[in-house]
Design a protein around this ligand. Sequence first.
Ligand code: 13P
Length: 253
Amino acid sequence: MRQMMVAGNWKMHGSVAFTSDMVTTLASKVVIKENVTLLVCPPAVYLAQAAAAAAHSGVHVGAQNLASVASPGAYTGEVAGFMLADIGCQYVIVGHSERRALYAEDNEIVAHKAKVALDAGLVPLVCVGETLEQREAGKAQEVITAQLDAVSAVIGVDGWSQAIVAYEPVWAIGTGRTASPEQAQEIHAVIRARLAELDAGMATAMRILYGGSVKPDNAESIFSQLDVDGGLIGGASLNADDFARIYACAQTK
Ligand code: 13P
């Protein structure tokens, strides 16, 4: 049985008080199970605080982005992977559709960032997903396969063995319109099959999370799908009760 993960992507939400409340509430409220990783991804400025509050609690901390450059230097405003590792981050999201759409991160940049993350000792959560237009044109699988292949070309089987994939259909993010469990399963199976062309063992072990309007009332049906190994949660991760309930849904699998 694969390890499950429930990850919260706070996006650009939070404050010092929120971070403290959320991490201490999750650490005290949630019974953390060894087979379900609980991850929170606050904005960069709150990561060190979150990591300190989460220490020894079983709550893991990840970043939402990292610089594409690995070494220190004149890169105003950037945060390097080694800095994230230094303050206690273990994971980093790369290729989120908001970064692809709003910050022009293409498949090559995403692949490069995944490599930089791995080299810094971080686990990249590599996000893939199609837009509504692409889905309606029958191109979802083609788009996702291209997104995966770009990463495969740079990190290879060894890199993928240290990574996680998140399938986030763009049309389901923040819209309240979640993929049906069957739609999620269909694409998750495509992702696993594509990775299996590289290496069957790596693909079998790969954690593939679903993201896009996951809520306490739909999490269980999505997580119960064969190739769904947890979720990457946006809006509902900002409410400790909702997030704890979603986490509990992953434990029932
Ligand atoms: P929502 O759960 O708010 O739809 O966001 C999903 C997401 O983008 C997580 O990375």
